[in-house]
Design a protein around this ligand. Structure first.
Ligand code: IPE
Ligand code: IPE
Ligand code: MG
Length: 243
């Protein structure tokens, strides 16, 4: 992996519906094509040696969609979780799920949990799937968790630090995204990883998710490599001397 490439890439995979509608297909065909692209981009990330790939697959707010679309999406998620198990194993991929997964239908949740369990000792790419995920919801669940620990006397309120808070989120133990990509031309975060993207670099592309292929990913990585990340500090040049 190139030194100036991101270790953790997060993607808001948007535009499946429009991809299909522009071709005169039902929206679900766009989701099917989107799922196919998940496999492609995951494979590319594995080959590039990316450490974490986070994918926004279904948001907390997506539950407001028509039930027909939700049901078909849930079916697709289950099929994906089961069908790709051999690939996850052969690519040494660790699958993780973030979000309020209690809201998922039981059969979908069970299939995902089995995949997570099966891949937990793999040491390659971490594939972090956001399902029934909302950034605010994740923060509220963490706050509730810490509040009940404080009430039980397990922690003192003063012990609640940024670090402890991070460790209470669904993403505990995993680094924050270096690069956040959103496809389909929308310029918003739509409640994804609100806490974790505090210092991520953002990259937006007009391409719909099913059309975001290896070439487009490499363009995003090149753009990232040209960014100067300062984290609120001043740029440091190893060759310059500070007086
Ligand atoms: C993203 O595609 C996938 C999900 C949100 C599940 P959309 O379904 O949002 O596609 P558009 O934005 O309507 O084109
Ligand atoms: C964000 O896309 C969620 C996912 C990609 C899963 P949406 O299509 O739901 O976002 P909005 O509604 O355009 O903000
Ligand atoms: Mg959308």
């Amino acid at each position: 992996m190139k030194a100036d490439w991101p270790k953790h890439i997060a993607i808001i995979m948007d535009g499946n519906g429009r991809w299909a509608q522009e071709r005169g297909f039902p929206r679900i065909l766009g989701h099917r094509e989107g799922a196919r692209n998940v496999k492609h981009i995951t494979t590319v990330c594995t080959e590039l040696g990316i450490e974490i790939l986070s994918l926004y697959a279904f948001s907390a707010e997506n539950w407001t969609r028509p039930s027909r679309e939700i049901n078909l999406l849930m079916k697709l998620i289950k099929i994906y979780a089961v069908r790709e198990r051999p690939l996850f194993m052969s690519h040494n991929t660790q699958v993780k799920v973030i979000g309020d997964i209690e809201k998922l239908p039981k059969d979908v949740r069970d299939a995902l949990q089995k995949t997570v369990e099966m891949t937990k000792h793999n040491t390659g790419l971490i594939l972090q799937l956001a399902l029934s995920y909302g950034g605010r919801d994740e923060i509220v669940r963490a706050a509730r968790d810490l509040a009940s620990k404080a009430k039980n006397g397990e922690i003192e309120p003063e012990e609640i630090s940024e670090d402890l808070f991070s460790q209470t989120l669904d993403t505990a133990g995993r680094n924050d995204p270096d690069l956040l990509i959103r496809t389909s031309g929308e310029l918003r975060i739509s409640n994804y990883l609100l806490w974790q993207t505090a210092y991520s670099e953002f990259y937006f592309t007009e391409k719909y998710w099913p059309d975001f292929k290896e070439t487009e990913l490499l363009e995003a990585l090149d753009a990232y490599a040209k960014r100067k990340r300062r984290f609120g500090g001043v740029e440091f040049h190893s060759t310059s001397t500070t007086k």
